[in-house]
Design a protein around this ligand. Structure first.
Ligand SMILES: Nc1ncnc2c1ncn2[C@@H]1O[C@H](COP(=O)(O)OP(=O)(O)OP(=O)(O)O)[C@@H](O)[C@H]1O
Ligand SMILES: [Mg+2]
Length: 267
C-alpha cells in the first residue's frame, strides 16, 4: 500500500475511518535479537483496516515474537506506525492505550469471574475516572455490544472458567473490543477448537476485521484458505512471501519451506 503521509500524529479512534482514510499498521525493518540470535529480521508488514491478514510460517519462524515486539513485550528496532503514530519503544500499557490489543497462544481470562465481570474489568482500563465515578446503572453499552459480537450474550453470567475452549478465546477477543482496540493481533486463536467453533471464529474474525486492523497467526491452512484476505509468510525471521492465499501457495519459496513439514495442506 502507499503510506498516507498527511495524517497528523495523534491517538487513533476505534472503529470507522479517520480523516476518511483507512487506519493502518505499518511495520518497517522490525528486528528482534535474543542474545545475538536474530528471531525477527528486518520485517516489513503493512496491514490496512478491513483486511483480514494471516501470518503463517513454520514453528520458530518468529511469528509470536513479531506480536511481542509490536506490543512492547520484547525490545526491538525498526518502526511500527499505527495510523500516523509511532508505537515502537513505548511502554506496554501506552501501546495498549493507543488501541493495539493482542491475545496469547493460551487464553488468559479470569477463570473465577463471570464473562460479564471479565469484560467489565477490561472496559475499566479504558474508562475515564470520571465515568467510573458516575456509577452508571445497567450495562456499559460497549460491554453489551461486545457480548453480542462475540456471541456470548446468553452466557454473560457464566463463570469464565466453565466456558468451552472456543468461548474463552471469544471472550478474550471481546476484552480487546471493549478496550477500543482497533489493532487486533491474535496468536493462534483457533488452536484446540472444534470444527464448529472454528467456523464461528472465522465468521467472528470477518465481522471484527471490517472496521479494524487484524493480524492473525495461524497454522491451520484450511482455516487460512477459507478466511484470509491476504497472507504473509514468515520463515527464519524473514518475510518470505506475501499476497493472496493462492499467490503464496503458488510461490516456490513457500513450497520449499513447507516441504517435509506438516505442509500447507493443514493438519
Ligand atoms: N524470550 C526469548 N529468548 C530467547 N529466544 C526466544 C525468546 N522468544 C522466542 N525465542 C526464539 O525466537 C524464535 C522465534 O520464536 P517465536 O515464538 O516467535 O516463533 P513462532 O513463529 O511463534 O513459533 P510457533 O509457531 O511455534 O508458535 C524461536 O527460535 C524461539 O526459540
Ligand atoms: Mg508462536
Amino acid at each position: 500500500m502507499t503510506t498516507p503521509t498527511l495524517l497528523p500524529d495523534g491517538d487513533p479512534q476505534a472503529g470507522g475511518l479517520r480523516h476518511g482514510r483507512p487506519k493502518y499498521l505499518e511495520v518497517r525493518d522490525l528486528t528482534v535479537a535474543f542474545d545475538g540470535f536474530v528471531a525477527v529480521d528486518k520485517v516489513n508488514l503493512s496491514v490496512t483496516q478491513g483486511d483480514l491478514r494471516f501470518l503463517i510460517g513454520p514453528n520458530g519462524a518468529g511469528k509470536t515474537t513479531i506480536i511481542d515486539a509490536i506490543t512492547g513485550l520484547v525490545p526491538a528496532t525498526g518502526s511500527v506506525n499505527h495510523t500516523g503514530t509511532e508505537i515502537l519503544g513505548r511502554k506496554v500499557h501506552k501501546i495498549a492505550r493507543l488501541g493495539v490489543g493482542r491475545t496469547f497462544q493460551t487464553a488468559s481470562v479470569f477463570e473465577n469471574l463471570s464473562v460479564l465481570q471479565n469484560l467489565d474489568i477490561a472496559a475499566g482500563t479504558r474508562r475515564k475516572a470520571k465515568e467510573l465515578l458516575r456509577r452508571r446503572k445497567g450495562m456499559d453499552p460497549a460491554v453489551q455490544e461486545a457480548l453480542e459480537i462475540i456471541g456470548l450474550d446468553k452466557a454473560a453470567d457464566k463463570q469464565a472458567g466453565t466456558l468451552a475452549h472456543g468461548q474463552k478465546q471469544w471472550l478474550e477477543i471481546g476484552m480487546l473490543l471493549v478496550q477500543n482496540s482497533d489493532v487486533l493481533l491474535l496468536d493462534e486463536p483457533i488452536a484446540g477448537m472444534s470444527q464448529d467453533e472454528r467456523d464461528e471464529t472465522g465468521q467472528l474474525l470477518r465481522r471484527i476485521a471490517a472496521s479494524r486492523i487484524t493480524l492473525v497467526i495461524e497454522h491451520d491452512m484450511d482455516f487460512v484458505r477459507e478466511f484470509a484476505t491476504s497472507v504473509t509468510v514468515l520463515a527464519a525471521g524473514k518475510v518470505l512471501s506475501e499476497g493472496s492465499v493462492a499467490q503464496v501457495q503458488a510461490d516456490k519459496k513457500v513450497q520449499d519451506v513447507y516441504l517435509g513439514t506438516a505442509g500447507m495442506e493443514g493438519h
